[in-house]
Design a protein around this ligand. Structure first.
Ligand code: LLP
Length: 421
């Protein structure tokens, strides 16, 4: 459930008409709903209420400082994968002891900075990384709390580009090696083993892969404890899917995911961490865009928008579907016709939807891409020299620009021409 609904025939974010935002901020623009963010975070944390837990928001899904501040103030931890994300979490007021550092390629400089600034745990993905972290921490006279990310070799049944839990993926340490790597970790200076981490993929719409992975996690916890390791935290990863279509194919609810976690590892007395991104912000955001032209073609008509693949890459990159709806509600029973919805970028891949059934639309009309609050703005670029798309946060009946649209001058000012040219 989200807070983007029609009132008086106009699509609103909570109490604010999207047409007002378009008028004041211009398009394209991302619009987030604070009430929806709060609701989604609360549902996840309630799903784990049966024991000690920390919901660490995967910052990669939406890294705007205002979004991080809102979630951090609710008690969220953060899952970061770069020192840039770490800096964002800290700038949003999240203390280091609530920040988990994931990712296969952490550099020594990143390890150093996170240890210096304060960190809850490193999710270590390889032996070279473990040894480097030991050296960095030891040299600083610190101890780095770690979980090893273990690859359970489970098929997450999601899009191949976002599945991470199979042995052929680059992520984690093979399950069969885990005991040896933990044994080595226990001997390394500057390393404190605190737990185990798994993350098997994103946009999971089925709980079965989680069940399989978590059963392996439970077995491994018992084995490692028997080996003498103090396993006290289990990071269950993120990945819970969201409904991208308004039909009956809704993925499992946070409560059901929480129950699967409890069933698998609830008796182990560990603190539970999860790293959801999409589930919190996905349906809390839309991308608002204006129709530039309706272009008639031979056998197909094109709705050309002012949003493009550089603003929302998911359809081009993963063949992802986003519902596209008119901001002014079509009258009941209005005729629909198939339209190819495209952006202005000079690539055929800049296509958001083929033959989407839409009511009549013309130049100047507004449309909204639903479910665009995760992996939307964060994946935007300036391709075709289109200034980076701005972001707005709505809370009740007011809104604020939380990232301004750069002017053309600002965009150009980042380049420099060497004197010798
Ligand atoms: N933890 C780790 C270690 C991850 O790699 C990810 C996502 C998450 C948590 C959060 O997953 P989520 O709960 O959001 O599914 N750009 C793609 C998604 C890439 C996901 C990468 N890792 C998309 O637009 O679908």
């Amino acid at each position: 459930m989200d807070h983007f609904n029609y009132h008086g025939g106009v699509l609103h974010a909570e109490g604010v008409a999207l047409s007002d935002i378009a008028r004041q901020v211009g398009t394209p623009v991302y619009v987030y709903s604070a009430a929806t963010l709060r609701r989604h975070f609360n549902l996840l944390t309630q799903a784990l209420d049966w024991g000690p837990h920390l919901v660490c928001f995967a910052v990669k899904a939406n890294s705007n400082l205002a979004v991080l501040k809102l979630l951090g103030d609710l008690g969220a931890g953060m899952d970061v994968v770069s020192i840039g994300e770490y800096a964002r979490a800290r700038a949003a007021g999240v203390p280091g002891e609530r920040i988990v550092f994931s990712g296969v390629g952490k550099t020594r400089a990143e390890m150093h900075a996170a240890l210096e600034g304060g960190i809850r745990q490193f999710n270590v993905e390889s032996e070279p990384e473990l040894r480097a972290l030991s050296e960095v921490a030891h040299a600083m006279g610190r101890s780095a709390p770690i979980a090893l990310r273990v690859n359970p070799d489970v098929d997450a049944r999601t899009h191949a580009k976002i599945a991470t839990g199979k042995s052929e993926n680059k992520f984690g340490i093979p399950l069969a090696w885990a005991r040896d790597v933990y044994a080595e970790a226990a001997t390394l200076p500057g390393i404190e083993v605190v737990g185990i981490d798994m993350h098997i993929g994103s946009q999971l719409t089925d709980l079965e892969p989680y069940r399989q992975a978590y059963a392996r996690m439970a077995d491994l916890t018992r084995t490692l404890r028997a080996d003498g390791h103090d396993i006290r935290r289990l990071d269950m990863g993120g990945g819970l899917g969201i409904p991208y279509r308004r039909d009956n194919s809704a993925p499992p609810l946070p409560m059901e995911w929480g129950a699967v976690i409890r069933e698998a590892v609830g008796d182990l007395g560990c603190e539970i961490e999860v790293e959801p991104g999409r589930n919190i912000t996905g349906n809390a955001g839309i991308l608002l865009s204006e129709v530039i032209w309706l272009k008639r073609g031979e056998g197909r008509d094109f709705l050309i928008l002012d949003a493009a693949m550089n603003d929302l890459i998911r359809p081009a990159m993963y063949d992802a579907h986003h519902d596209i709806v008119p901001v002014i509600e079509a009258p009941p029973g209005a005729a629909v016709a198939p339209l190819d919805v495209v952006g202005p970028v000079c690539e055929t891949g800049d296509t958001f939807a083929r033959a989407m059934q839409l009511p009549p639309l013309e130049a100047g009309d507004l449309v909204a891409f639903r479910s665009a609050g995760a992996y939307g703005a964060v994946m935007a670029s300036e391709y075709n020299s289109r200034p980076l798309v701005p972001e707005v946060l709505v809370d009740g009946d007011h809104f604020a620009v939380i990232r301004a649209r750069p002017s053309l001058d600002e965009m150009l000012a980042r380049d420099s021409i060497p004197a010798w040219l």
